[in-house]
Design a protein around this ligand. Structure first.
Ligand code: ABU
Length: 487
């Protein structure tokens, strides 16, 4: 015990090398359009390549450095300009610096005493996001992903209506009812299961042909559920649905909620960033009337996984009362500083990542205007691609995109000119998976596909990365055409 149990000099030397690898493999190559997006390996081959077994003795530096290179080389390059697979993509250097800082600090922003800088940054970032929602006051906390933010909303709504549910659980409660659209995120069902509300008590309200919740159907569903003896509690509207990118009509939904005294939550995990753009914020008109909002800057703002803000209109301390337990080893009331800065008890988590820091660094770097320009560039890129899809033979739009989700089928020559029979749709449904397999094996790009309701598999193209150019978008369509030509 007379000497440290760590070789600090060797550790620093190792890190120096790792930083070089990170810069070369993780940043430069990962964002270089001439590199592959992925290097597909079958799972068994990958297991063997990685030599995953954990042994009794450690390995030397050179071997470990090679392992670091392998991790980067064999992983999917989500920062690549031709990675379009998820609602997140791209690599922002400033945000990445924020992520490095967060990892290096290795602290939890539950108390001011162990994370003074991070607590204040989180406070500032949340206030700024709330301001964009249209609230001059309120509350909030960063959560580990949009699903958790949506679940927090449900939990806070239940606590606000039935404060005793915190201590008594669900024993004393009426049968609660939750409403969300058929296009809503699956986390609403998961949240109902996790919170003991029950998935049977989630009522999926019908949507129109654009995927927007029909407010009149919400009204009818509330009436029906009430007549059956349930207690409507919570409505989740969606601003930017996962597949179609639709925006619910928040004002009309807020009217229904006001009439019935229901909590209105807006899942703006995907579409919230449109609030930054004067050109696009109309998509969320009425959001200021909600009680809570989920907004994931890790998606469209390219902050890096994960960064999900749960925002609350309430400024009476509801969040703290709902989740706080006041563990005396963390949240001592007799500390020498303002203990309202010990915000950790607002969250059901204890250890929590400091997800506000990277957003703060990015915001400082590009400003609100720079963030808005990104959103608008993504929108402009989508419009360009839309025009190309309309022009090209064999590409068929699922619907005109409202936002950034461009959904389309590619019809190979063998299926063109055929009747729209069940056989035709059956064959067409196999096209997107076949093209996807080819593109992954080739490593040229990645894009998502899915069936949707009665629609067979189609591609969902989403551009969030400002590094994407017109050439990348032309390549994207050329590649689909080439890969799908012989199917
Ligand atoms: N929150 C759902 C996102 C899934 C996707 O990237 O498509």
């Amino acid at each position: 015990l007379d000497d440290p149990g760590l070789d600090i000099a060797a550790g620093e030397e190792f890190l120096q090398e790792v930083f070089q690898i990170l810069l070369e493999e993780g940043v430069r190559k990962s964002t270089d359009v001439t590199q592959k997006v992925c290097d597909w390996k079958e799972p068994q081959e990958l297991r063997e390549l990685l030599d995953l077994e954990l042994r009794n003795e450690g390995e030397g530096q050179e071997r470990l450095l090679q392992r670091c290179r392998d991790v980067l080389r064999l992983s999917v390059r989500t920062g690549h300009p031709r990675f379009f697979n998820q609602l997140f993509s791209g690599l922002d250097h400033h945000a990445l610096a924020g992520r490095f800082l967060t990892e290096t600090l290795n602290t939890s922003p539950y108390t001011y005493e162990v994370a003074p800088v991070l607590v204040l940054m989180e406070e500032q970032v949340l206030a700024k996001l709330r301001e964009l929602v249209g609230w001059s006051s309120g509350d909030g906390i960063f959560a580990p992903g949009g699903s958790m933010s949506n679940m927090l909303a449900m939990n806070v709504a239940r606590f606000q209506r039935f404060p005793e549910s915190r201590s008594k659980g669900n024993w004393d409660l009426p049968r609660l009812a939750v409403f969300a659209s058929q296009e809503s995120h699956y986390s609403i069902l998961k949240g109902a299961a996790l919170l003991g509300i029950g998935t049977d008590n989630v009522h999926l309200v019908r949507t129109d042909e654009r995927g927007k919740m029909i407010p009149e159907e919400l009204e009818k569903e509330i009436q029906r559920v009430k007549a059956e003896g349930s207690e409507p509690l919570f409505v989740c509207a969606t601003s930017g649905t996962t597949v179609l990118g639709s925006f619910d009509q928040l004002d009309a939904i807020a009217d229904v909620c006001a009439r019935h005294g229901l909590w209105l939550h807006v899942d703006a995990a995907w579409g919230g960033s449109a609030l930054l753009s004067p050109q696009l914020r109309h998509l969320l008109a009425g959001i200021h009337r909600s009680d809570s909002v989920t907004w994931n800057p890790h998606k469209l703002l390219m902050v890096g996984l994960q960064c999900s803000a749960f925002l609350l209109r309430d400024s009476s301390g509801l969040l703290q009362r709902c989740h706080g337990v006041g563990a005396t080893y963390l949240f001592q009331r007799d500390k020498f500083y303002d203990v309202s800065l010990d915000t950790g008890d607002k969250s059901p988590q204890c250890g929590r990542r400091a997800d506000g820091l990277k957003l703060w660094v990015l915001w400082k770097a590009v400003g609100t205007r720079g963030l808005a320009r990104r959103v608008e560039r993504a929108f402009a890129a989508t419009r360009y691609l839309l025009e190309q899809v309309k022009r090209r033979e064999g590409f068929q739009l699922v619907m005109e995109p409202e936002f950034l989700n461009l959904c389309f089928w590619f019809i190979p020559p063998s299926l063109r000119g055929q009747d729209s029979s069940p056989e035709f749709w059956d064959k067409l449904g196999k096209v997107a998976p076949a093209i996807k397999e080819k593109m992954i094996r080739r490593g040229s790009m990645m894009v998502g596909y899915q069936p949707h309701g009665s629609r067979v598999n189609f591609f969902r193209q989403v551009i969030t990365n400002p590094a994407v150019t017109r050439q990348d978008l032309d390549f994207f369509l050329d590649e689909i055409q080439e890969l799908g030509w012989d199917l």
